[in-house]
Design a protein around this ligand. Sequence first.
Ligand code: SF4
Length: 240
Amino acid sequence: MDGLPKFQDKQRVTANDKGTSSIVEKTINNLVENGINVIVRMTITQEMIKEFKETIDYLSNLGIKIIHFEPMTMGGRAKENEGSLSRPNPEEYANKLVEVIDYAKEKGVSIISSTVMNALSPSYMFCDGVGKNKLAVTYEGVFSSCLGVQNKEHPLADKFIVKDRDIKKWMEAKFGSYVDDYSKNNKCKNCFAKYICAGGCPSRNFYATEDFEKIDDMQCIPTKIILKKYITNLYKQSAS
Ligand code: SF4
């Protein structure tokens, strides 16, 4: 879900174009009442970034303890609604997120974001989907190592989807380390965050730069800003 009802009701609607916040609230209430730890994953648009604090208050009051922030990618339904939804400015998004991390902690809420998910286990591969360590069954019944690549028409289907049950071919379509490919990503050469960033999601790179190995600014800029906050907080904790 996308947090505050005014965003949820605009960005996530029923087939009849009705807002879904009350339905989702009810589901969250049911889950929380039954002792289930709910993680809310939000797709962040530009208009949402000014209200992160209010969003944390709202979700915390619903009993949410973990919130996953992910900026919108201009693919799929976002692309279909390009006129009414906009991707956040990467720098503004990251700075606004950093501003509320400590506030969320005081409220007992943890914030997660894929840009720094490799912080405790540096890697040259961004995720299990890229490393071919994961296999999901999509709504069309195909096997894919990426939940963002769900059908055979996707431009990166050859990389992620098992075609004709040929697992060997799927494994062979493994990704190289594009974070080390300086012909495409010269800015990464001396980057302190290189193996935390690990080049980001190839699908998102593709939608942003038209080349899955050319790293999206939405990966680059927030990684450096949020990682700096993460390291500073670790230092403060270890020094206290
Ligand atoms: S954070 Fe930016 S500069 Fe650093 S490795 Fe990632 S894309 Fe390259």
